[in-house]
Every structure is written in structure tokens, then in C-alpha cells.
Design a protein around this ligand. Sequence first.
Ligand SMILES: Cc1ncc(COP(=O)(O)O)c(C=O)c1O
Length: 386
Amino acid sequence: MIPLSKPYITQTEIDTVIDVLKSDRLSMGKYTELFEKEISKIAKTKYSIVVNSGTSALHLILKSLGIQQGDYMIVPSFTFVASANVALFEKATPIFVDIDPKTYNVDPNALEDLLKKIEQGRMHISGQRVRIDKVRFFMPVDVFGQPVDYDAVEPIVCKWNLKMIEDSCEALGSEYKGKPCGSFGEAGAFAFYPNKQITTGEGGIIVTDNEEIARMCKSMRNQGRGEDEAWLNHVRLGYNYRIDELSAALGYAQLTHLEDILYKRDNVAKRYSQMLSEYDWVEPPYIANYATKIGWFVYVIKLDEKINRDRIIDYMSSHGVQVRNYFSPVHLQPFYKQLFGYTEGMLPVTEKISKSTLAIPFYTTMTIQEQQTVVEILKEAVERVG
Ligand SMILES: Cc1ncc(COP(=O)(O)O)c(C=O)c1O
């Protein structure tokens, strides 16, 4: 089976984790701090606060910005469910915005139209009119490692006074016009599940230049302890979102060869795009000219609309190639439909794109032969069952 993803673990990672095991410090030790320092260098932000998942990172950012019941947060539906769920955690409501059909990221025109519609009192969720003054947050997602067009969304964010949180969980190492993803907005988050560019097993991190956000996130990840971190002194509601030291050590070791990892992933992506260029029934990922660097997360292709994507998935899976539909829209997830009564037709571009996109195996150590096998099986699938 050629897997969809595979972590890249070298002897450096193994030695570094063993170093922790031989120490007495299994939580909040030197590697937690080292990892945070390295991430700050990559994101070019003043502060980094590592936590136990990307979801925890996004949740703490929103909490530190004072999200509360009755607030609304604009977010794309073409993303992982956690991007929207974090608003629900705080009894706020996500409002979904449609995407650009080429980049799969938030479409700035759709964002502007949506805000105008809300301003004119024409937007209702669960029978309630959405008030523009309650639309306080905007969470763009750098989908698959592709940066959002930040120059295009910035004037809209300013005009409507939105607090922007960058869900960069899939975009470690990506750059928009030379500026690192994660550094746009009030704060950003990266995630380190094993399918990501680098992994900590489970883990995520908040990056920000805002001292207050950093201070709040640091306290809330650690049971709401005060700045002195005194063990039984809790100054606010907090969580146990700490990362353990073994995971931080793994992440730190991974970062020692981040450039090599990104370079190798870029090569795999380029080889796929080259191999697929001879077929007119498939579109490789589109790379906008403002994406000056891409930290590739997954490699997602778009099949011709006439092809039955789901049959392709079944065929490839039963022929030794793991593939997945990426993404299934959040607004059409069963519990979103149940909560808000959403139905198909609400976000035409998101829905159309999500029916024909497909993530194919993609990992740092992928060989040309493995890629050729994937492309051959894909071609065979299209010919036989497409
Ligand atoms: C866009 C996006 N947001 C949030 C997350 C949540 O990260 P985690 O799974 O580490 O909680 C992910 C993870 O896959 C993601 O892809």
C-alpha cells in the first residue's frame, strides 16, 4: 500500500527523544522552550506558545481575543472541521464564506459580498438575523499550504473591523510575498499531526507579535496559572493544553532539517505536476504568483467534473494506493446540518470543488517510482471506472 502520508523520522529525532527519556523532565522542559524559539524564527513572530494540538492553538487564540456567546466568526467551509468548531466551543457561530475556484482559499469578493449582505440585514442563521456588529472574527485558512491573498483581504478586514486569526495549521514554511504564513492577523496557528510538514505526534503552536495574546495563551494552556506559574495559583479559567516534552523534543529535532524537508516536499510536488501535465482530465494544484514559498502539506488534484471521483477513490484504494477526498465541506457535516439546517447549494464553489478534488499520496521521502505507480493507477482508474 502506498500511504497517503508518512512522517519523516531520522536518527536525530530518535536520539533527541531518548535524551528526554533519560532526563527527569517529561513536561515543560528545555525542548519546549527550544521548539518555541525555533518556530518564532520561522514565523518571524515575537512569541510562540506550543500546545497539544492545532485545535487547542486556535481555541486559545479566540479565547484570548475575548470571543463569546452571540459573536460570529467568518471562516471558509473548505477546511478541516476544527477551524469552525473552535467558535462553537465558545458558543459563537461560524459563518461560512465561499472560496476561489483556483486557489481553494477564501475568495475576497465573496467575503466582501457576504459582509455587505450582513450589513443590509439579509443574512439569517437558525432563524436569527445576523447583526454586523456581532461579526467580530475572521479566520482565513492557508489551505494545503497555499497562502491566502492577504493583500486582497486586508482592506476588507479593516473596513469591517474584524479580528483576523490565521489558521496556518497546514502551512508551516509557506510565504505570502516573502512574509511567513502564520504572521498575518492578530495571531496564527500551526499544527503538527503526523501528516503535516513536521510532526510532534500531536501538537500545535500559537504564533503572535501581540504580548497580551501570548500572555493569555500561556496561562490558559497551563490551567489558567498566573505568570509566576505557581502550581496552585489559578488566575483565570484554563485548560491542560500543554505539550509533553517528548513531543516537543521530536518537533525540535524535526526543525533542525526543516529546509531539507520543505525542499524534498517541493520536489515531490513538482514531479507530480510534471507527470500529470500530459493528461487533460486532471488539474494539478494551482500556485498563485503571490505564493513565494509553499510548505506543501498535501498534494490535491482536481479531476474533470465528468469523472466519478468516488469511484476513483474506491478503485485506487483497492489497488494499493491510499487516496482521500479533500475536503468534505464543513457546512455539510452531519452535525452542522443538524445544528444550523444547512443544505447543499449554500456555497456553490466550495461544494463543486469538494466533489472533484482528491489528495494523492504525498510525503517527504516519496520516490519517483512510487509517484509513477500512483499516476499509473490513477490513469487506470480513470480509464476503467471514471
Ligand atoms: C486547517 C486545519 N485547521 C486546524 C487543524 C487542527 O489541528 P489538530 O488536528 O492538530 O488539532 C488542522 C489539522 O489537520 C487543519 O488542517
